[in-house]
Design a protein around this ligand. Sequence first.
Ligand SMILES: [Zn+2]
Ligand SMILES: [Zn+2]
Length: 314
Amino acid sequence: MTGNPLGFVNAYLLREPDGYALIDCGWDVPDVLAALEAGLARCGVQLEEIRDVIVTHFHPDHYGLAGRLVRTVGARLMMHPIDWRVAEGRLSDFAATVRENAIWFARNGYEAGDDGSIADEPARYSVVAPQRMLNDGDELPLAVGSLRVIWTPGHSPGHICLLDTANNVLFSGDHVLDPITPHVGTWSGQDAQDQLGAFLASLRKVRACGAAVVAPAHGRPFKDVMQRVDELLAHHDERESLVLEALGSGPASAGAIAARLPWTRRHRTFAELGDRHQAFAVAETIAHLEHLRARDVVRRDAHDGVLVYELGSE
Ligand SMILES: [Zn+2]
Ligand SMILES: [Zn+2]
């Protein structure tokens, strides 16, 4: 995907009793469609043989092309009902979503900049309703065995992983990635939920699934789901300690706390990040603060319209 910071998304082809299913499909742009067709051709499969498009979550790098596949080859789209509601609400009027996020960030002490990277986003997807909603525990028949739906809220509220029960392969979407740390952030309209708490519970949920291979949406497949889950849990423990340490110097907004933390694997300062990455960093900081607040470790008050966090229960 030209222009995507992660470079590419993995789409997985599975044989169904009658045709094929595709898990995730990339942006709706010509180079992605061409890459998908070329990949299918290498498998001796034509686009028209795709009967089901299953998306792990609503992010346009996973869901974007689904509308085109529904319209042009008559594929059925399947996703979790919560992410369909989010897609309908946030992707249908993208400009409004950007405005709401800017207001949300201002309330959190961060003035969102615009490096122009989000202007292209609406051209990369179309909003189309799923023909079938997938819920936790649903089983979809494959040519051999079945595909079990595991609801894993956190990276997005309606994120799902899919377990190929015959081959013991977990299609993990953006829930478990390696070496990337999946983004878990609190964006506008989401602070009533503890996203990070949900994400950590979802990590423990897939840790127990016993998959022999994890097939992620970004990066190469890897073997040890338990080890990777443990690394991600440890990473969030470490980040939480840093957030608490930053709060030790006194009450502050999420934006001010984000500015005190190291970012990325190379430990860059907040000021060194581009606008888009800064927004992600603040959203991740809010997720940590809200997870602490859900456990009564920190409290939150509004001061002159800005949300300020401090140590201590409410
Ligand atoms: Zn995603
Ligand atoms: Zn992704």
